[in-house]
Design a protein around this ligand. Structure first.
Ligand code: COA
Length: 320
């Protein structure tokens, strides 16, 4: 009998502190109007000094575990997608394992694929479950972007926010995850990157570096293509997708993908207005929100997608 991976529970966490566009405009030469028009973002959440990728991941994960009705020790594998780990090593996944008091010595590791990290981690989890090597996998995206951006650089600081989202995937006889597609192209390495602290750096190079308009163009084209590939691989047409859960980088990128799918924006889960780009946390945060508020119902077909530094991009099609 085939095994599939099915979503058994989800969770999400956003820090309390809100930073509005006006707050940013008080520090750098920008305006609420410019940011809203170009990005769709009005505010974002900022983690407090005592928070970290692992502390936010813990809160989101506890919700997902509770929703799935399992105990932490039932988990066979923990994968955390993050580009803002508490420590370079051990992995944030190991720190999360300790925080959740998972004592069964299951493997725990991080995946680093920038904003596409959650989709990459989700794809790995799906492979583990399909192959019979794991029954329950905790997949988390957690990011503390506010400590990676230069708050004096108006080209980047307007975009990012902090948060964590989690999904508990479980083996099932029924789908579940229908397909995942992941891709990378390192040729684009210099358009969006974060220098590593292990390389000696001058101060301005400690933060996210981005050529926004170049990233924008490639993102729109690439996401259009992966949506086509995903539909073709599953012999589906656009009208059979109930919900689009996109990475939240820019409302104009999201609208271009929705247009490609001929989907009205009411069928697209958007959190960007109040969360900004939470990198690998954005897809699981949006998924969790739409499941918890009842928009996404069991049996519906949901397309998740993401694009980010690398470039790395991917999709996951699920029957919820
Ligand atoms: N406020 C006001 N003006 C700003 C600004 C800001 N925050 N940031 C840039 N500008 C200015 C630029 O200096 C430029 O001015 P100039 O014409 O005098 O040189 C002008 O606005 C246009 O800049 P440009 O970068 O072409 O704007 P844009 O329409 O491409 O919008 C982004 C910029 C960053 C919002 C947009 O490119 C974007 O969202 N890109 C994708 C980024 C992304 O998704 N990254 C993460 C991927 S996971």
């Amino acid at each position: 009998m085939s095994r599939f991976a099915r979503i058994a529970g989800t969770g999400g966490y956003l820090p309390d502190r809100v930073r509005t566009n006006d707050d940013i405009a008080a520090q750098v030469d920008t305006s609420d109007e410019w940011i809203v028009e170009r990005t769709g973002i009005r505010s974002r959440r900022i983690a407090g000094p005592d928070e970290s990728a692992s502390s936010m991941a813990e809160i989101a994960s506890r919700q997902a575990i509770e929703a799935a009705g399992i105990a932490p020790d039932d988990i066979d594998l923990i994968i955390v997608a993050t580009s803002s780990p508490d420590r370079v090593f051990p992995s944030t996944a190991c720190l999360l394992q300790q925080r959740l008091n998972v004592r069964n010595c299951c493997p725990a590791f991080d995946v680093q694929a920038a904003c596409s990290g959650f989709i990459f981690a989700f794809s790995i989890a799906d492979q583990y479950i399909r192959s019979g090597n794991a029954r329950r996998v905790l997949v988390v995206g957690s990011e503390l972007n506010s400590r990676l951006v230069d708050w004096t650089d108006r080209a980047t600081c307007i975009l990012f926010g902090d948060g964590a989202g989690a999904v508990l995937l479980e083996a099932s006889d029924e789908p579940g995850v229908l397909s995942t597609h992941i891709n990378s192209d390192g040729q684009y390495r210099d358009l969006l990157y974060l220098p590593n602290a292990s390389v000696s750096l001058d101060d301005e190079k400690r933060f996210i570096q981005m050529q926004g308009n170049e990233v924008f163009k490639v993102a729109v084209n690439t996401l259009g293509k992966i949506v086509d590939d995903t539909l073709a691989a599953n012999h589906l047409n656009q009208s059979e997708i109930d919900w689009l859960v996109p990475h939240q980088a820019n409302i104009r990128i999201i609208m271009a993908t929705a247009k490609k799918l001929k989907m009205p924006m009411e069928r697209v889960v958007c959190t960007i207005e109040t969360q900004g780009n939470t990198s690998s946390a954005s897809v699981p945060l949006a998924l969790n929100e739409a499941i918890r508020d009842g928009r996404i119902q069991r049996g519906q077909t949901v397309l998740m997608e993401a694009f980010g530094s690398g470039f790395a991009w991917g999709s996951a099609l699920i029957r919820y």
